[in-house]
Design a protein around this ligand. Structure first.
Ligand code: MG
Length: 471
């Protein structure tokens, strides 16, 4: 369909982390980086001086990059697979260096694999698009820098072993069993100081979830987080009565595998205990693992529709939008905080006080300078973290040649999304918004225009085009 109107759906699925639960990015990023650093120094015996001075590498922190573990390079790709900008470790690569590593056409060799599933078949690269693992990208780059300086980089044909160490650090933090055992640096800290890292939801969001559930519509949670951690987060975000906001809750969903594999659901008993496997769900129930086919059977039963219309809200292209759109045949909403960091035009009529700015989404952006806004949710510190002068905008890149200093051409011409990440958003999301808080302030029957699947199309951004796409 070419528009999204929430009252036309039968069921609403929600991701938890960075979707319903809004994280305080700056303390969270620093804490995760600290956990990674600690593990690498204490367990893997890296030199502690490698990881000092995170502040100096802030420009490196950015969503939507690919790390090439073989070559030790970090890449920003265009929608044609061409490498737009790159670093080796944290050091900017010149056009000549990019060509030396990737050939005269500067094309990322696995681009077709990337754009159809965002995952390397042989773990030679990884797509970074969330703040759970981006601190690992920074640690990896800093180790490469250190090797370069120490002269130990010479003659290396791959840096995959370095990534393995960093990955071990991330696994030590996030393996679900660490929560109950109070192990690893991450879960004990989250238990102790969750208020430092995650914001409670506003009454507006709670009311909005309730309004979605009217007229027999179903609202459910589908998170990859395990039951114990999810309970901690949901209780902090929505209060002790949080379960009353959902018709049923699904944990440890193993997205995107939830959509590709047929692992059965396991029932969660007495809040936390894992019971036996079940073939069918019941309303009000709580389950772990599971799969899309059994979930759809239940949704048919509970909604009474032969083909229930489902829409899923998530912040992750690879784990949320891509599988639910292409495999699950659900409609999708992508939550992208970077829209808020960059600022957006308030042009679709959903932001009070800007009614005069409503524009036709099919018309090209007007030539005059448009006003843009940040919501009150995003802090200056967060903007600084999410926006990177070095990498440029997530949506558009004006330097087709990295190493070229020309920055001026496209800021006067028509603005079309031309990055790989920006285009994947338009492919796999129907609409893209800065936050759940924003959606909760819009009447539930509002009609949102969706991305057409034309490359570069930007009509699915709400409340309006990101700042970098404005003339
Ligand atoms: Mg998430």
């Amino acid at each position: 369909m070419s528009s999204v109107n929430f009252t036309k759906y039968d069921a609403f699925g929600f991701d938890m982390d960075f979707t319903l639960a809004r994280y305080e990015l700056v303390p969270f990023f620093n804490m995760v980086y600290d956990c990674v650093r600690k593990y690498l120094v204490e367990v893997k015996k890296y030199d502690a001086s490698i990881f000092h001075r995170l502040q100096e590498d802030k420009e490196l922190i950015y969503k939507g990059l690919i790390v090439d573990f073989e070559k030790g390079n970090i890449l920003k790709l265009g929608s044609d697979g061409v490498i737009l900008r790159a670093t080796h470790g944290t050091q900017k690569m010149t056009a000549a260096e990019i060509e030396r590593d990737y050939g005269a056409e500067r094309k990322f060799g696995d681009y077709d694999i990337f754009k159809n599933g965002m995952k390397s078949i042989d773990s030679k690269w990884r797509f970074f698009e969330n703040y759970f693992d981006t601190p690992g990208l920074v640690a990896f780059a800093k180790i490469i820098d250190y090797m370069h300086k120490a002269g130990t980089e010479e003659g290396r044909t791959t840096f995959e072993h370095i990534w393995k160490d960093v990955l071990n650090a991330l696994e030590d933090m996030y393996i679900p069993s660490q929560y109950a055992q109070d192990k690893g640096a991450y879960f004990p800290e989250m238990k102790k100081n969750i208020g430092k890292y995650i914001d409670p939801a506003s009454q507006q969001i709670k009311d909005w979830l309730k309004s979605l559930r009217q007229d027999n519509r179903v609202v459910f949670l589908l998170t990859s987080s395990y039951v114990d951690f999810a309970h901690l987060v949901m209780e902090h975000v929505f209060g002790s009565e949080w379960k009353s906001l959902f018709d049923f809750t699904l944990y440890a969903g193993r997205k995107p595998r939830f959509f590709t594999e047929s692992k059965p659901f396991s029932v969660v008993e007495d809040g936390l205990k894992l019971g036996g496997e079940v073939k069918s769900l019941t309303s009000g129930g709580a389950y772990c693992y599971g799969n899309h086919v059994d979930l759809m059977d239940f949704l048919r039963e509970t909604t009474g529709k032969t083909d229930p219309k489902v829409i899923y809200f998530g912040d992750n292209l690879w784990a949320d939008a891509w599988p639910s759109k292409t495999l699950g045949k659900w409609d999708t909403v992508l939550i992208l905080e970077e829209m808020d960091a960059e600022g957006y035009a308030v042009s679709d009529g959903t932001v009070p006080g800007h009614e005069d700015e409503v524009e036709d989404p099919d018309a090209p952006p007007k030539k005059r300078k448009r006003k843009y806004e940040h919501s009150t949710l995003v802090t200056d510190e967060e903007i600084e973290l999410m926006v990177s002068e070095f990498w440029g905008s997530i949506f558009i890149d004006d330097s087709q040649a990295a190493g070229s200093d020309s920055q001026d051409q496209s800021f006067t011409d028509s603005k079309t999304v031309n990055t790989a990440f920006g285009n994947l958003i338009g492919q796999f999301a129907d609409i893209c918004v800065p936050s759940i808080e924003y959606l909760a302030g819009v009447p539930v029957d509002h009609v949102f225009t969706t991305f057409s699947k034309e490359p570069g199309n930007s009509r699915g951004f709400h409340p309006g085009r990101p700042r970098s796409l404005l003339p």
